[in-house]
Design a protein around this ligand. Structure first.
Ligand SMILES: Cc1cc2nc3c(=O)[nH]c(=O)nc-3n(C[C@H](O)[C@H](O)[C@H](O)COP(=O)(O)OP(=O)(O)OC[C@H]3O[C@@H](n4cnc5c(N)ncnc54)[C@H](O)[C@@H]3O)c2cc1C
Length: 237
C-alpha cells in the first residue's frame, strides 16, 4: 500500500494518511464499553457485531476511530470538501481542518494549477452531470483556453506581489483550479458519510477520485468495517 496517492494522476494532487487512532477493534471495544469489556483481537463474533452496528445505525462506535490526512487538491475541490462539517470540521472544535491559505506563503510556481486531462461535456438534461470527453480540435481548444486562463491568473498574481500588494489580497486573482493543501482530521463515521456522498450519484469526478483514494488508504486499518459498510451501502450512515 502506498501511503501517498495522487488521486488526480497529474503529478500534483496528493493524499497522504499522516496518522490514525484506532481500527476495527476499537469499534467493537467502544460498542461494548457499556458492558465493561475489552477485546485484544478481532473475532468472528466481532465481525458480526460491526455489521449489526452499521445495519442498525449505531453510529457512535465509528466516531472513536480517527484519521489525519494531508490533502492537496484544486481549490474548487476544497470548496466541496469544506461543506462536510460534522466531525471533520473547520467551524468548531470537534476535529481539525488546517489549511495553507496562501496568506502566509505565496504559491510556489506557475505549475500549481490543476489542468484536466480530459474535458467532459455538460449533460443537456442533468445540471450536475458531465458526459463523455471532448475530442480532437475541440479538446485542444478547451485545453488552450484553460491553460491560458491559469497562466494569466498566475501572471497577474505575480505582478501584484511585485507591486507590493499583500498575499492575502493578491490571492484573489487566482483561479479555482489553483492547488491548495490542508490537514484534515476526521472520524471514521464522518469519513464514511463523506465517501458515500462524494462517490454517489451526482458527485464530481475530481472529488470522487479523492474519495476512492481515501478508501485505499483506510482499507488496511478498518477492513471489516469497510466490508460491512460497502455490503449495506447506507448513504445515510
Ligand atoms: C452531489 C452533491 C452536490 C452538491 N451540491 C451543492 C451545491 O450546489 N451547493 C452547496 O452549497 N452544497 C452542495 N453540496 C453539499 C451538500 O449540500 C452538503 O453540504 C455536503 O454534501 C455535506 O453533507 P452533510 O451535510 O450530510 O455532511 P456533514 O456536514 O458531515 O453532516 C453530517 C450529517 O449531520 C447532520 N447535520 C449536519 N449539519 C446539521 C444541521 N445544521 N442540522 C441538523 N443536522 C445536521 C446531517 O444528518 C448530515 O447528513 C453538494 C453535495 C453533493 C454530494
Amino acid at each position: 500500500m502506498a501511503a501517498i496517492l495522487d488521486p488526480l494522476k497529474d503529478g500534483k494532487s496528493c493524499l497522504e494518511l499522516l496518522a490514525h487512532l484506532g481500527s476495527d477493534l476499537d469499534v467493537v471495544n467502544d460498542a461494548r464499553a457499556s458492558f465493561g469489556k475489552q477485546a485484544q483481537v478481532l473475532t468472528e463474533k466481532d465481525t458480526k457485531l460491526i455489521r449489526y452496528l452499521i445495519e442498525h445505525q449505531h453510529t457512535s462506535p465509528f466516531r472513536g476511530v480517527v484519521f489525519k490526512f494531508k490533502v492537496k487538491a484544486p481549490l474548487f475541490v476544497c470548496r466541496q470538501w469544506w461543506k462536510h462539517v460534522i466531525a471533520s470540521n473547520h467551524n468548531d472544535e470537534q476535529l481539525g481542518w488546517n489549511e495553507k491559505s496562501l496568506r502566509y506563503v505565496a504559491i510556489a510556481d506557475a505549475n500549481e494549477f490543476y489542468i484536466p486531462d480530459i474535458f467532459r461535456q455538460q449533460s443537456p438534461n442533468n445540471k450536475q452531470a458531465t458526459l463523455g470527453a471532448l475530442a480532437g480540435a475541440e479538446a485542444e481548444t478547451a485545453r488552450t483556453i484553460y491553460e491560458a486562463q491559469c497562466e494569466a491568473s498566475y501572471a497577474a498574481y505575480q505582478q501584484l506581489l511585485a507591486l507590493g500588494v499583500g498575499r492575502e489580497q493578491a490571492r484573489g486573482v487566482l483561479v479555482p483550479s489553483v492547488y491548495t493543501s490542508w490537514v484534515w482530521t476526521v472520524s471514521l463515521h464522518a469519513l464514511l458519510h463523506f465517501i458515500a456522498l462524494r462517490q454517489g450519484e451526482g458527485a464530481q469526478q475530481e472529488i470522487a477520485a479523492y474519495a476512492e483514494a481515501i478508501l485505499h488508504l483506510i482499507a488496511p486499518i478498518v477492513p471489516v468495517t469497510l466490508q460491512a459498510w460497502q455490503g449495506i451501502a447506507l448513504q445515510q450512515f
